[in-house]
Design a protein around this ligand. Structure first.
Ligand SMILES: Cc1cc2nc3c(=O)[nH]c(=O)nc-3n(C[C@H](O)[C@H](O)[C@H](O)COP(=O)(O)OP(=O)(O)OC[C@H]3O[C@@H](n4cnc5c(N)ncnc54)[C@H](O)[C@@H]3O)c2cc1C
Length: 505
């Protein structure tokens, strides 16, 4: 996370970028390097959006990836284009799942998974090219049967057939289709298919790696690249309205120096904002129902890793990869049904991993020497609707339910391992969808700005575009809400910059 000193706002700029998440920074860096006059306006006091590092606990020397934590979808060549070093480490262990008093390492394979892995490189490469029709992308993928299973039929039938009789294995695989998405793998809308697709094609392999130094190291480097290329990055500058006409775009922004509303004129606006937010700022009715996130993010700092119920398994192995907690297929189904009915699931499915096992640089030297570790926990199937009536109470209740779920697979309560800060408070932080909406502007706390979109054109008119266009040629999306957005990828930022520069692939 980098903090900018308040810089005076100019009256006009060639391109205004609203939002300083990692995608806004990628767009700013590409456009500034191409000689464009770029002004980026970020509402909060820091750049990076959902890809930041910070310590939520005063006086505790740790730099947590506070929201997003693993990188898969960021093409290495985008980093190279921008002169940014993207240092990622592979986790020693891909996954561990406690089962009863034992557990299983790894993710179960299947012929379907092998087939998906074969088409992943072509689909991943297409994400940074102008949009193809579905028929063209299907042909490029080169395997109609796998494409149809991945795209055209609800994923549930395929995964259930591939993992028949293996409730735990099916659940482990299904989490790729559900994380950050409130749905079931059997839903005919195939939202789970889209979520799955983006989780298994990153880098052409679907590997999820640890950013060395945390997410803040990634966005800090991107901000440095944008600034070095001449982009002006201003924090504390909330965009409150957007209007456009034949002369250009008028952006109303809160001036960080005075707190007063100011107008900045631009030829173009790139919105690193969710489409829902952009519609509101343009004073237009929302084009789609409000997005709804469905997770609780919990960050913990531990004095030591907890003991497992299987004493033969070293916690340093089990927590190095994704540690699946109560994520069997039947548990996921039950949690979804209960949450859809408006209540906190009896058993909250969640997944955990320990960043500091792969990358101890995020801990200060004393914590490192003392054997402290971070734990990141992502709890599924906790939709925003559970939090709106009583955000504080629901946060506490879902945190308690999530920690109880974790305790159910450990040999000791997790709270026995939690460190306390200098103020005596336990180092545990929970962030609900309501918190994410307030702190990051994510509508409904949706971690991808809105439901993930298919990676191909859905209308004839969209073919050949970059998937970032709106109904106004002066206004483009450059964030996760674009087609082929979502995740820490830089892809919509790149694609918006290519659209501005008139590149055709
Ligand atoms: C808890 C959590 C865990 C996640 N885990 C992962 C993960 O492990 N790996 C992964 O790949 N992805 C993960 N994601 C998703 C990923 O973080 C996002 O999809 C990605 O960060 C989106 O980047 P962005 O730049 O498009 O937008 P954002 O990161 O959302 O940035 C948008 C920026 O716009 C600013 N803004 C909002 N409104 C205004 C306004 N009116 N004026 C000015 N600025 C404004 C915000 O403050 C913010 O800085 C996670 C997300 C969350 C929330």
């Amino acid at each position: 996370m980098s903090t900018e000193a308040a810089a005076p706002l100019p009256d006009r700029a060639g391109i205004v970028i609203a939002g300083g998440g990692h995608n806004g920074l990628v767009a700013a860096a590409y456009l500034a390097r191409a000689g464009r006059d770029v002004l980026l306006l970020e509402a909060s006091g820091a750049l990076g959006g959902a890809a930041v590092s910070s310590s939520p606990w005063p006086g505790v020397d740790v730099r947590l990836s506070r929201y997003s934590y693993l990188v898969s979808l960021f093409p290495r060549w985008i980093a190279a284009d921008l002169g940014v070093e993207l240092e990622l480490v592979r986790r020693r262990v891909p996954a561990y799942t406690p089962v009863g008093d034992g557990g299983v390492f790894g993710v179960p394979g299947s012929p379907f998974a092998d087939a998906v892995a074969r088409l992943a490189p072509a689909v991943f490469a297409s994400l940074t090219e102008p949009l193809r029709s579905e028929a063209d992308l299907r042909a490029l993928a080169g395997d109609d049967a796998t494409w149809d299973a991945l795209v055209r039929r609800p994923l549930g039938a395929t995964l259930r057939a591939a993992h028949a009789g293996d409730d735990v294995g099916l659940g482990i695989v299904a989490t790729d289709a559900l994380i950050g998405t409130f749905t079931s793998i059997d839903d005919p809308a195939r939202l789970a298919n889209r979520c799955f697709l983006y989780h298994v094609i990153g880098g052409g392999t679907g590997d999820w790696d640890v950013p060395v130094g945390g997410m803040g190291a990634v966005t800090g480097a991107l901000a440095g690249a944008a600034r070095a290329a001449g982009a002006r990055l201003v924090t504390g500058a909330r965009v409150t309205a957007v209007a456009s006409d034949a002369d250009g775009v008028a952006v109303t922004v809160t001036d960080p120096a005075t707190g007063a509303a100011r107008s900045v004129a631009a030829d173009r606006l790139l919105a690193n904002l969710a489409p829902h937010v952009l519609d509101r700022l343009r004073g237009r009715p929302a084009a789609a129902p409000a997005p709804e996130g469905a997770q609780l993010k919990v960050n913990l700092l531990l004095a030591r890793l907890p003991r497992l119920r299987d004493p033969a398994v070293d916690p340093a192995d089990a927590f190095a990869g994704t540690f699946h907690v109560n994520e069997s297929a039947s548990q996921l189904d039950a949690a979804y049904a209960q949450a859809a009915a408006g209540r906190i699931p009896d058993v909250v499915p969640c997944e955990i991993y320990c960043h500091s096992l792969s990358d101890p640089t995020i801990l200060g030297p004393d914590l490192r020497a003392a054997g402290a570790h971070t734990l990141t926990c992502f709890a599924l199937h906790l939709p925003a609707r559970l939090f709106t009536a009583d955000p504080e109470g629901a946060r506490e209740a879902t945190l308690a339910a999530t920690l109880a779920s974790l305790d159910s697979v450990l040999a000791e309560p997790i709270t026995d391992c939690v460190l306390r800060g200098p103020d005596g408070a336990p180092c545990v932080e929970a962030r609900s969808p309501v918190d994410l909406e307030r702190d990051l502007g994510l509508p409904g706390g949706h971690i991808f700005h809105r439901d993930l979109q298919w990676p191909f054109a859905e209308t004839e008119a969209e073919v050949g575009t970059w998937g970032v266009e709106t109904d106004d040629p002066r206004i483009l999306l450059c964030g996760a809400g674009a087609r082929r957005g979502g995740g820490v990828s830089g892809i919509p930022g790149h694609n918006a910059a290519m659209a501005v520069l008139g590149r055709t692939g």
